[in-house]
Design a protein around this ligand. Structure first.
Ligand SMILES: C[S@@+](CC[C@H](N)C(=O)[O-])C[C@H]1O[C@@H](n2cnc3c(N)ncnc32)[C@H](O)[C@@H]1O
Length: 264
């Protein structure tokens, strides 16, 4: 495993905080990660929406240089490698990467894993054909840093696809960390940094999102064309989740967003 930034001294405060959070919680993610590693067909997000609905990945990725930004346990990169890609994953947590490296060895899948911050990667300009994030950089990194960084490391015409929670969830999340409700509690227009590290019931990390108009403006200003925007819906059969958004909520309102972008 390459180690881009061994210490936390030079990291932005939220990146250092999130490194501590993810290193401490990596054990919990090993089992769900392994289940996803065992899947031949990708499913996405909290609700396990099938690839045949979302079309996140090109069917044939033969020879493509890919990067997963906030790769965690690495299963998305494993799906891309099995489609023929030369897959690289970067993650801020050495513990998450240790799990990814373990499953890569056991499944005999060749991945390049890099320990570093997806807001400021060690990769050269124009390195990748395809970049992706599923609840990685897409929610844990500042969009004003990681979106321009993804643009820099993609080749001209390269694609960025990412999935994370929908801004409507952030508007409806109570400050005490309890379940997402049916009231508009938080300022939509000022959505950006969401610091859950002080939530007494369930201290989390520092997450980010923007109002939809903010995402559009950022993409246009960075040099990305929007090729697709999806709002995956929880399937009718969904009955539970370990996360704060109740299934009944996510059957009525969008709990997740998918953006499909191309570097101009
Ligand atoms: C929920 S996981 C998502 C990855 C994968 N889909 C999974 O579920 O295993 C979130 C990952 O984002 C990583 N992350 C958080 N901040 C990051 C940053 N600044 N740069 C790179 N990775 C980051 C965390 O370390 C964690 O492994």
């Amino acid at each position: 495993m390459d180690d881009d930034q061994a210490g936390t001294a030079n990291l932005p405060e939220h990146v250092a905080k999130n490194r501590g959070y993810w290193d401490a919680n990596a054990d919990w993610w090993a089992a769900p990660g392994e289940r996803a590693w065992r899947q031949d067909e990708p499913t996405w997000g909290v609700w396990g929406v099938p690839e045949s609905d979302l079309h996140m990945l090109p069917a044939d990725m033969t020879g493509m240089a890919t990067v997963e930004l906030g790769c965690g346990t690495g299963y998305v990169s494993s799906w891309m490698a099995r489609r023929g890609a030369r897959a690289t994953g970067i993650d801020n947590s050495s513990e998450q990467l240790a799990t990814a490296a373990r499953w890569a060895r056991e499944h005999a899948v060749d991945l390049t894993l890099v320990h570093g911050n997806a807001e400021a990667t060690p990769f050269a300009d124009d390195s990748f054909d395809f970049a992706i994030s599923e609840y990685g950089a897409s929610i844990w990194c500042d969009p004003f840093a990681w979106i321009p960084e993804a643009h820099r490391i993609l080749k001209p015409g390269g694609r960025l696809v990412f999935l994370g929670f929908h801004p409507l969830v952030a508007v409806c999340d109570p400050p005490d960390g309890t379940a997402t409700g049916d009231r508009l509690l938080n300022n939509y227009f000022e959505l950006h940094k969401l610091d859950y590290s002080q939530v007494p019931a369930d201290p989390g990390g520092v997450e980010f999102t923007l109002p939809l108009s903010g995402w559009f403006t950022l993409f246009a200003g960075t040099g990305f064309a929007v090729e697709g925007f999806l709002e995956p819906r929880a399937p009718a059969a969904a009955t539970s989740t370990p996360f704060p958004v109740p299934p009944e909520w996510a059957k009525q309102w969008p709990s997740e967003q998918v953006w499909k972008l191309r570097k101009r």
